[in-house]
Design a binder for this molecule. Structure first.
Ligand code: 5MM
Length: 335
């Protein structure tokens, strides 16, 4: 087993998943201001530190994706954030893309940037303690999109990023996110997501990526948020498995879904059904941002010093998702 494969398996072992706490300062500011907390570096660290020192970290959260600001922040004089994560048995990871920008010659679509200078930034993050990374490409579904141009160029960037990350002995999370926004049907989502993922692997293979040392972070298959033809969780699970079975090479050790705007319970329920129905050899777990943090953030915002109350809420969601990653969750457990 390669070192990269063992890191990927460790992150996703025994129903563990990933906490995506890599909101850029702009996104974190939106999140904090939506609950009337001012977005200072101290407050951003306080909320994150509260989650990172929760009891469920060591049993549920195999890895945390950090943002550049957070990975450099100190918890105390002699402890930084990666050291805190290591002490609770969770592997520190880092978002290394610099965001999605307008794609030249297809101005309604996005291309993710961040390749310039990446090799040197990766060395710095490795020294700071990161052992895995994340890069997210985003795609919209409409009648004409995602275009071949967006599908191809984002796949190419994801592959170049992955090659540099593996060169630096870290596991790349490959995140092609087909957005939920729009009126498209679940069938459209299935078709487009399959095309996007297949192209990503075509490029990853071309760039000689060790597929046993990556984690794929895709969306599940669902109808667009504006569609009037919503599908139920059983159908989400069935179509998601069909998509991954047909587009992901069998060497890939694990898949960690994004939550993409689902409610906390939907994200847990869908993951649970995917695992109950899973006929593949892939580990199917979670890499949730909003679906792990929303309720905890709401509670914390009422009293930012209520560490225990905030942690109780986070612990519950982490446990529910870890059960779902093993197909052992049920609605009754939510009470
Ligand atoms: C946590 O949010 C991440 C960062 O977003 P920005 O770069 O826009 O600030 C985001 O990449 C996230 O990791 C994924 O989209 C999954 O998050 P959700 O909330 O969909 O699970």
């Amino acid at each position: 087993m390669s070192e990269l494969n063992s890191i990927a398996l460790k992150i996703l072992s025994d129903g563990k998943g990933i906490l995506a706490a890599d909101e850029s300062t702009a996104t974190m500011t939106k999140r904090l201001e939506s609950v009337s907390v001012s977005s200072t570096p101290e407050n951003r660290l306080l909320f994150r530190k509260t989650l990172f020192s929760s009891k469920s970290m060591s049993s549920c959260i195999g890895g945390v994706i950090l943002y550049d600001e957070t990975i450099k922040q100190k918890i105390s004089n002699n402890k930084n954030v990666p050291e805190l994560l290591n002490s609770v048995n969770s592997i520190p990871g880092i978002k290394v893309d610099t965001g999605a920008k307008v794609l030249a010659n297809s101005l309604n679509e996005k291309i993710t940037e961040g390749l310039d200078g990446l090799r040197d930034r990766l060395k710095e993050y490795y020294k700071l303690g990161a052992r895995f990374t994340k890069w997210r490409g985003v795609y919209n579904i409409t009648k004409e999109y995602p275009s071949k141009l967006a599908i191809h160029s984002n796949a190419h960037s994801l592959a170049r990023y992955s090659a540099l990350v593996q060169e630096c002995n870290m596991v790349p999370i490959v995140e092609p996110e087909v957005l939920m926004d729009g009126k498209h049907s679940a069938q459209d989502c299935l078709l487009k997501t399959s095309e996007v993922i297949k192209k990503c692997f075509e490029e990853l293979i071309l760039h000689k990526i060790d597929l046993t040392g990556i984690i794929l972070k895709p969306n599940m298959i669902w109808a667009g948020s504006g569609s009037d033809k919503k599908i139920d969780s059983n159908e989400v699970a069935k179509l998601t498995i069909e998509c991954l079975k047909n587009s992901v090479p069998s060497e890939v050790p694990g898949i960690a879904f994004l939550s993409g705007g689902q409610s906390e319970i939907e994200a847990t329920q869908n993951l649970n059904l995917i695992n109950k129905e899973n006929t593949t050899n892939f580990i199917m777990s979670y890499s949730y941002g909003r679906a792990l943090q929303q309720s905890a953030l709401k509670h914390w915002s009422k009293n930012i010093n209520d560490v225990e109350g905030t942690q109780n809420i986070f612990n519950h969601r982490a446990k529910m998702n870890t059960l779902a990653a093993q197909g052992k969750w049920s609605k009754e457990l939510e009470n």
